[in-house]
Design a protein around this ligand. Structure first.
Ligand code: PLP
Length: 402
């Protein structure tokens, strides 16, 4: 057996392996000259090749839109969810500020943004840029269970607020936010609602129409699609100022020649894992059972505590994320020992995995610094089996009992 075959990947919240459907869809377009298919040319060209590439791109857009209840013209392709977060938040904030300035006649109107302290760095960095541009940004704390609810937002909500951005599912602890309620609350003062839905896609059914969100960000590589492609859902008619205009692609919302092959891979992954609500719910139930088994097994050790109160069967937390603190063993040591035993896990967000600082998310929910320095995130996906989890528990046992 090769080293590759012997390994068990349990870091699906960081990224996922490519599924065969996505690989096939891309390979059909990634054929070198002289056999390059017509759809591999520029989707904005007027010739037959261009029109074929355009058709392929629009089919991908339509598949993704269908899976989340959007219209195809409400999907803007980007290079990542990081870009989608940035584009969605900044684009709406600046669009709404300009609209308010026009309607109120107050040319100094700046506008307030509300987000949370447990957002992904992509959102926090976009907000930091807005602060530098003179906007007021309020960072609300989650409650102790890791949720940002209307009660956390309420004290800061007023007519000056233009955008509220709260993630749909937290990537470290898995808390599922009440995005429909938060969207209604934002609308009550005329603000728009954006959500980073990266960890929700393919795990929990999302209909952008029913939930009332105005914008949502997605990433292909979290659902077995390729890296380097994301999408922004932007409700039609939403005030918006684009960032990268260039050649006017994506209806002028995001310039740059489109990566049609990556879009095809993204759409194939969406088709495979997000298009049937029944299949999605069955898979979520399977992962929830594995999550519950891991929480129960890991927390049976005296010095292991769950980072959140995720009870068996809970839908308040995502089906694929387990987060515990192993008192007395630092995260880095745990990860490296588990790695040597053949398991790929993490301590939280992959973006901060080289940082020796404790997880910001765990500190925000009230976990003390010493404990937060000993956290472990195990995350599951469509190819994770019961056997993988049982073997992981055995390896964990030999490390914590040593
Ligand atoms: N938002 C969340 C919640 C994530 O988990 C991630 C990925 O780690 C991102 C945004 C960034 O996604 P991408 O890697 O596509 O930029």
């Amino acid at each position: 057996m090769t080293e590759q075959q012997a390994r068990t990947y349990l870091d699906w919240a960081a990224t996922t392996p490519l599924c065969s459907q996505a690989a096939d869809a891309m390979c059909k377009l990634l054929i070198p000259w002289p056999d390059s298919p017509a759809a591999s040319f520029n989707a904005n060209s007027l010739h037959s090749e261009g029109r074929e590439a355009f058709t392929c791109m629009e089919q991908s857009r339509a598949s993704i839109a269908r899976a989340i209840g959007a219209r195809p013209d409400e999907i803007i392709f980007t290079a990542s969810a990081t870009e989608s977060d940035y584009l969605g938040i900044r684009g709406m904030v600046r669009g709404l500020r300009d609209a308010r300035r026009r309607t109120s006649g107050n040319k100094d109107f700046a506008g307030k943004v509300i987000t949370s302290t447990i957002e992904h760095d992509a959102v926090l960095s976009a907000c930091a840029m807005l602060e530098r541009d003179g906007f007021e940004v309020v960072y609300v704390k989650p409650n102790k269970q890791g949720f940002v609810t209307p009660s956390e937002i309420e004290p800061y909500l007023d007519e000056s607020c233009v955008v509220v951005s709260i993630m749909a599912v937290n990537n470290e602890i898995g808390s599922v936010m009440p995005i429909a309620d938060l969207a209604t609350q934002a609308h009550s003062v005329g603000a728009m609602f954006h959500t980073d839905a990266v960890q929700m896609l393919g795990k929990i059914a999302l209909n952008v129409r029913d939930s009332g969100v105005d914008a949502a960000s997605f990433s292909a590589h979290k659902i077995c699609g390729p890296k380097g492609i994301g999408a922004l859902f932007l409700r039609s008619q939403t005030a918006f100022v684009p960032e990268m205009v260039g050649g006017g692609q994506e209806r002028g919302m995001r310039g740059g020649t489109q990566n049609v092959a990556a879009m095809a891979g993204f759409a194939a992954a969406v088709q495979q894992y997000c298009s049937s609500i029944a299949d999605l719910e069955a898979e979520a139930a399977r992962q929830r059972a594995l999550r519950d088994y891991l929480y129960a097994s890991l927390c049976s050790y005296e010095h292991v505590v769950p980072s959140v109160p995720c009870v068996e069967g809970s839908r308040d937390y995502a089906p694929h994320i387990v987060n515990v603190c192993v008192e007395g063993i630092e995260t880095e040591t745990l990860i490296l020992q588990l790695d040597r035993a053949g398991f790929a896990v993490s301590g939280g967000s992959a973006c901060s995995s080289h940082s020796l600082e404790p997880s910001r998310v765990l500190l925000e929910i009230g976990i003390n610094k010493d404990l937060a320095l000993c956290c472990l995130r195990v995350s599951l996906g469509v190819f994770t089996t019961e056997d993988d989890c049982a073997q992981f528990v055995q390896a964990f046992d030999s490390i914590v009992q040593a």
